[in-house]
Design a binder for this molecule. Sequence first.
Ligand code: 6PG
Length: 491
Amino acid sequence: MTDTTQQAAPQKAQIGVTGLATMGRNLARNIARHGYVTAVHNRTDARTKALVEEFGHEGTFVPGYSAQEFVDSLEAPRTVIIMVKAGGPTDAVIEELAPLLSEGDILVDAGNAHFADTRRREAALREKGIHFAGVGVSGGEEGALLGPSIMPGGSEHAYAKLGPIFADIAVSVDGTPCSTHVGPDGAGHFVKMVHNGIEYADMQLIAEAYDLLRHGLGRTPAQLAEVFDSWNSGDLESFLIEITAQVLAKEDPTQDGVALVDVILDQAEQKGTGRWTVQTALDLGTPVSGIAEAVFARALSGHAEQRSAAAGALPGPAEEAPFVEAAHADAFVDDVRAALYASKVVAYAQGFDMVKAGSVEYGWGVDPGAMATIWRGGCIIRAKFLDRIREAYEKQPDLPSLLLDPYFARAVADGQEAWRRVVQHSVAHGIPAPGFASALAYYDGLRRPRSSAALIQGLRDLFGAHTYKRVDREGSFHVAWAGDGAEHPWS
Ligand code: 6PG
C-alpha cells in the first residue's frame, strides 16, 4: 500500500543563530520564546543537541548539524545571526556561510566586532548581494535571554526583516523597544563601541567615588554599599550603581567577615572595546578624556611590577584615614555624589559627541536621541539619566554638547563647587581620581573664553614656522623670530 499521505515538508526557520556559547544560546532561546521558528547551529554538534534537548520546550528550534543543513533550513530571505568571538572566528564563519547564501540573504554579526571590520565585511558581501548587518547587543548573557538593548546597523533591506524580530526580543521601556535602526554598514557596532566606552568611564567614576568614600570616611564596603544603594533612588539611579551596592555588600564566600572586594586582585582587565573608542576618538579629533582616563587607569592597575616598585619608593601625603571628620561625613558623601553626577554628565556628553562625530565622518545619519532611547533599558549603562538625555536631544537634536542642555547645565553648575572640593580632597590626600579630575578639566576647558592654546600656537610658530591665526584679523601669520621679528601674513 503506498503511503498516500504527503510527507510534510520540514518547517522552514524564520531566522537562525550560529555560535551557541552562552550569549548565542540565550539569544536563540529569546528568539524562539517569542514564537519564531529558530534554526540553530554550532561548530560542535554537542552544543546544538544540548540546546534542543534542554530548551526545546521553549519554542521551535530547527537544529542544523552542518553549515549546509543549517542554511537549507531557513526561509528566504535567509537570515543568520553569527554569535562567535570577534575578529578571526567571525571571519571564519562568514567564509564558511557566505558561499551557501543567495542574493538578498541577510548575515548578522551580533558580536562585539570593531566597526571598521564590519564596514569591510559589509562592503565585501554587498558585492555578492548579501546584506551584512553589524548589530550591537548589550546586556550580557542575562540580557541576551531576557531582553537586551539592540543596536542594529546595516541596510534597510536587512532591517526590514530584523527590525520586528529585534523589537520583539529587546527589552521595552515605557512600551518602547530598546532597539532601533542605528544606520548603515558599521553604525551599529560603532554605537555599541561607544556604549562600551561610556561603560568604562561610568565604572571608573564609580570606583573613584568608592575609593574617596572608603578613605575619606574610613567606612567598610558593606557600609558604603548602603550609600550606593541610597544613591540608586535618585539622579544616579542605574544598573551600574545598583550592582555596585551588591558587589560592595558581598562577603568573601570562602571566609567569614571579609568583604569580597578586599580579596579581589586590584588589576582591571579589558576585552578592548573601551580602547577602540579612545583610538577612534583620537582619529576623529573628539575629546573623550573620561573614557581615556578609564582605559589608562585599567592599564595602570595591571602594571603590577611598576606599582610594587613605586609603592615603597614614591612618597605621598601622610595617609590619614579617615581624612573627613565625622561631623562632616554626610556633607562629604553628598559632595562625592554631586561630583560623580557631574563627571558622569561629562562622560556621557563626550560619548554622544563621539556618536555624532562618527555619524558625520561616515555619513550614517545617527539620531542621538534614538540612541539614548534604546539605552534606557537592557544595556549595561541603562539608567534613568538616559531619559533626560533623550529629552535633551528631542528638544534640540543639534545640541552642541549635552552639557549645554538647560537641565544638565543647571545640574552640573549646582554641583560644581562640591565637584571642586572632591577633586581638591583627592589631590590633598593622594587618592587618584583621574576620572573626576579630567572631567572637571574638560568642563573648565569647554567653558573658558580664552585657552592656553594661544601660547602653544606661538611656540609652534617659533620652532616650526607652523603659523598661527589672530583674534582680530583673518588669515594665518608667521613671525620672523630669528630675523627682524616682524609678523608676516602667511598663505
Ligand atoms: C555589554 C558589555 C559587554 C562587554 C563586557 C566586557 O554591553 O553587554 O559591555 O559587551 O564586552 O562587559 O567588557 P570589558 O572586558 O571590555 O570590560
